[in-house]
Design a protein around this ligand. Structure first.
Ligand code: ADP
Ligand code: GLC
Length: 488
């Protein structure tokens, strides 16, 4: 099966969040299962500055954007050990900028940047010698691809017979733009109607993808249910409910090579479930040095790593720390970047509890690994969470997650209680209400468990032994692709 993966970010090229981890790892997992994959991403400044083996190709073509015809130059990268092929779409006016989507605020021409990318990706695929079976698109940035394939590229043999699959990583970002951006797409105005591309007077690129795709997936079964209702569907619940037989939830996997405490260049000492304490101690010494401290803290380390966005429940973290830091029961470390208000609130909290709360504002891949390795407990108090990878990385590094029971967190974390302990399935601590007291209570339970060495060792061993690799979810995608291909 030949699969084209189209995404706006992918590791190791460019990343703002979990989408990059998925778009980087899934194509390789599909290759291991016998598919041939081609990944297409934009050639951002960040991607070109990383020293990766990216080469120019002879391929360059004009892409119609409204009345203009900007040029897409195609670059290629073959990573060592990678089986799949990777193309990058270059156009310096669009992508040679700081940040992926803005710096820090969204770029005002994001509609145009991703209309161009979507159309260029399809034209690139259309110019290949062998045809594609599946075109797999991710999030609003690629929402136009299914529409282009059905409406404008039916005469291009390499893509004409492909089936399109749209994966939703987050309903909260839909790519909504003013209606006149419709002119840039080259798609006939007749499709700007409430059943296709229009949403309350605006052009909605995610909706476009959901309407035109042959199949829809999202990144966990629970989120697949949540988005067919309000508020989870963020206004598109009706569109999703109407296409519900085509909607499947497949939990994300993780790249177990990139995230491997047994072999991770970002941590000072390799460890496994058998010597977690030694590995975590070494990680803490290194983390203390990074934070400018002489020695590591002896208290349990409670970490939060994530985008500082409303979704992530950052205000719960701020309130939790304000309530609990005084008790001295734990040391808190936060790594994140995003909304300036949250950044400042966190920094103020850190300043109020010197020695107990460390806040690092910024995006730092290596530090994210080190923090997970050093942590005993990882907080994921999200308001909603399509899948969440942080808790899966926490498992792998022997940190126990405390999560709100929503979306993919429900599908991946099993609350610790006498029953789940007896069955050997307990893997974290969950809470329901969007309320700092509920989070505090769950964290309190986790800290009590941490004080019981035997219980904690059992929990840590269990979570580290779990297999969240792409093996299983990759198979689910292959089965879904096969089902989609067999439908008339
Ligand atoms: P989302 O995609 O909603 O941001 P996920 O949990 O799926 O949430 O994935 C988040 C990814 O981004 C993880 O790989 C996490 O380590 C990473 N990440 C988030 N914030 C930062 C940061 N400030 N520095 C480094 N990595 C980060
Ligand atoms: C999104 C979601 C997150 C998910 C990630 C990868 O950014 O917020 O829950 O894990 O995409 O699918």
């Amino acid at each position: 099966m030949r699969v084209l993966e189209v995404a706006s970010e992918a590791t190791p090229f460019a990343k703002t969040g979990g989408l990059a981890d998925v778009a980087g790892a899934l194509p390789e997992a599909l290759c291991r299962l016998g598919c041939e994959t081609t990944l297409v991403i934009p050639a951002y400044r960040e991607a070109l500055a990383k020293g990766l083996p990216i080469e120019p190709t002879d391929l360059a073509f004009e892409v119609p954007i409204g009345t203009r015809r900007p040029v897409a130059r195609i670059l290629k990268c073959r990573l060592p050990d990678a089986r799949g092929e990777v193309f990058l779409v270059a156009n310096d006016d669009y992508y040679d900028r700081p940040g992926l989507y803005g710096s820090p605020d969204d770029y005002p021409d994001n509609a145009e940047r991703y209309i161009f990318f979507s159309r260029a990706a399809l034209e690139l695929a259309g110019r290949q010698a062998t045809s594609f079976d599946i075109i797999h698109c991710h999030d609003w940035q690629t929402g136009l691809v299914p529409a282009y394939q059905k409406l404008l590229y039916k005469s291009w043999p390499a893509v004409a017979n492909a089936k399109t699959v749209m994966t939703i990583h987050n309903m909260a970002y839909q790519g909504m733009f003013w209606q006149w951006d419709m002119l840039l797409t080259g798609i006939d105005w007749q499709h700007f109607n409430w059943e296709q591309m229009e949403f309350y007077g605006q052009l909605n690129l995610l909706k476009t993808g959901l309407v035109f795709a042959d199949a829809i997936t999202t990144v966990s079964p629970t989120y697949a249910r949540e988005i067919q209702q309000s508020p989870g569907g963020c206004g598109l619940e009706g569109v999703l409910a109407a296409r519900s037989e085509l909607l499947t939830g497949i939990v994300n996997g993780i790249d177990t090579q990139a995230w491997d405490p047994g072999n991770d260049p970002h941590i000072p000492r390799a460890y496994s479930e058998h010597d977690v304490d030694l590995g975590k101690y070494a990680a803490r010494v290194a983390l203390a040095a990074r934070l400018g401290r002489a020695a590591p803290d002896a208290r349990p380390l409670v970490a939060f790593v994530g985008r500082l966005a409303e979704q992530k429940g950052v205000e719960l973290v701020v309130e939790l720390i304000s309530r609990m830091a005084g008790s001295g029961r734990a040391h808190f470390v936060v790594l994140g970047t995003g909304n300036r208000w949250y950044e400042e609130a966190l920094q103020r909290t850190a300043a109020s509890f010197p020695g107990t709360v460390d806040v690092v504002i910024g995006f730092d891949e290596g530090l994210a690994h080190l923090v997970q390795a050093a942590a005993d407990i990882t907080l994921v108090p999200s308001r909603f969470e399509p899948c969440g990878l942080t808790q899966l990385y926490a498992f792998r590094y022997g940190s126990i997650p405390v999560v709100r029971a929503t979306g993919g967190l429900v599908d991946t974390v099993v609350d610790t209680n006498p029953d789940t302990l007896a069955r050997g399935v307990a893997s974290g601590f969950t809470f329901d209400a969007i309320d700092p007291m509920a989070l505090e209570h769950a964290l309190g339970r986790a800290l009590d468990a941490h004080a019981d060495r035997e219980l904690w060792t059992r929990l840590v061993r269990h979570v580290m032994r779990q297999d969240w690799s792409w093996e299983h979810s990759g198979r689910d995608y292959v089965r879904l692709f096969e089902r989609t291909l067999s439908r008339p």
